[in-house]
Design a binder for this molecule. Structure first.
Ligand code: PLP
Length: 402
């Protein structure tokens, strides 16, 4: 028996998708560490081949531990089915390959994860798929890019690093009359803050490495949607072989039990920290959709139930001083990625935009003083105090040079 749909986010995080009772009456989900499955006799094999019995055959087609995590993810997101992958990139690239063929055209948000744009421009294009990008803050540019062969629109909302919110309802309205599929990368939102399937998108994608797993200890990715939409991707996965390890599926499932708790805390802390940063004289600009000053604040309020745990901001400093501010911090760790229980901070050009020329990243709006903070579950006031003492490094230099 599966528990039930329509639970509040906290109860759903703990109970959604759970089998009752579990094998051997275990309370925790067993890890089925097996590559293949045996048949009792030839008749059992025949029954499986004839479709009389549904069961496992070989690990590349799925594992019971993986399915437990998938059931919970599907219920949390409000989808019929979920499919796990060993990383967010694996989930995204296989889903794109499953939906596109030579001669098709895809339109991506120019603010979606840069490796996804890289995959489209280098790999998809090499296999005959035309690629365009649109400005997610101006959906007229999306309509203008639609062509007779457009088959897919790919959106990331909130986006990285500016946390812009794209109007999912409007994107679906634009796509539907042309029979164009819509994928939404909802990694920064999680199903606790946003439910893109309610607007009629075809697939929701997450880098489950981030909030869903939540502890910075594994890589995973997931696609969620209707049974038909997910099965299309599953067929390709079965021959392509990007399969999540049962141990990682277990850790992800365990992490999901506290998803609502973690995300709620991260939403609250990030809002308080964003407000503190916005009022600080050594901070030039803060990008956080929960702030009234954010250009898509109104849309965020309509589309989301929380604003998320990532804040980007520009300090009033040059490259070296920005580094000094970050080095003065005691709590956040200097690292890429986001969404885990530990707060992480990056001087973005050195991590997320490394390898890009200064001119290219400045054109995107990422200067030397651009910082991204992923707020963890530490005490909000402790983080604010730490940021205040870090920023005082800048005040002192300002006073010396004044
Ligand atoms: C929004 C978003 N989507 C997808 C990915 C790719 O996920 P993964 O690193 O799990 O492959 C990332 C990684 O940073 C991301 O931030």
């Amino acid at each position: 028996m599966s528990y039930s749909n329509n639970l509040d986010p906290h109860t759903a995080s703990v109970h959604a998708g759970e089998q009752r009772p579990k094998p051997y009456n275990a309370l925790a989900n067993p890890i089925f560490q097996t590559a293949n499955y045996s048949f009792e006799n030839t008749q059992a094999l025949r029954d499986f081949v004839d479709g009389i019995v549904e069961r496992d055959k070989y690990g590349r087609y799925g594992n019971p531990t993986q399915r437990t995590a998938e059931r919970k993810l599907a219920e949390l997101e409000g989808g019929e089915q979920a499919l796990l992958f060993p990383s967010g990139m694996a989930a995204t690239t296989i889903a794109l390959l499953a939906y596109l063929k030579a001669g098709d055209h895809i339109i991506l948000s120019r603010e979606c994860y840069k490796q996804i744009r890289e995959f489209a421009v280098t790999v998809l294009n090499r296999f005959g798929v035309e690629v365009s990008q649109f400005d997610p803050n101006n959906l007229f540019t999306l309509e203008a890019k639609i062509k007779y062969n457009t088959k897919l629109i790919f959106v990331e909302t909130p986006s990285n690093p500016f946390l812009s919110i794209t109007d999912i309802k409007r994107v679906v309205q634009v796509a539907r009359p042309h029979d164009i599929a819509v994928f939404v990368d909802s990694t920064f939102a999680t199903p606790i803050n946003q439910k893109p399937l309610e607007y009629g998108v075809d697939l929701v994608i997450h880098s489950a490495t981030k909030y869903l797993a939540g502890h910075n200890d594994l890589l995973a990715g997931v696609v969620i949607g209707s049974k038909d939409a997910v099965e299309k991707v599953k067929k390709l996965q079965a021959v392509q072989g990007s399969i999540i390890d049962p141990n990682n599926a277990f850790l992800l499932w365990r992490g999901l039990k506290t998803l609502a708790l973690r995300v709620e805390k991260q939403n609250q802390s990030a809002l308080e920290i964003a407000q503190f940063l916005e009022d600080h004289p050594s901070v030039k600009h803060v990008y956080y959709p929960g702030l009234k000053s954010h250009p898509t604040h109104q849309l965020a309020k309509e589309q989301m139930t929380g604003f998320g745990g990532v804040i980007s901001f520009e300090v009033d400093a040059d490259d070296e001083l920005t580094g000094q501010f970050i080095d003065a911090l005691q709590i956040p760790l200097i690292a890429s990625s986001l969404g885990g229980v530990d707060s992480l901070i990056e001087q973005s050009w050195l991590i997320s935009y490394a390898g890009m020329s200064k001119a290219q990243r400045e054109e995107l709006g990422v200067g030397d003083n651009f910082v991204r903070l992923s707020v963890g579950i530490e005490d909000a006031q402790a983080l604010i105090d730490d940021l205040a003492q870090g920023l005082s490094v800048l005040d002192k230099v300002g006073a010396l040079t004044a």
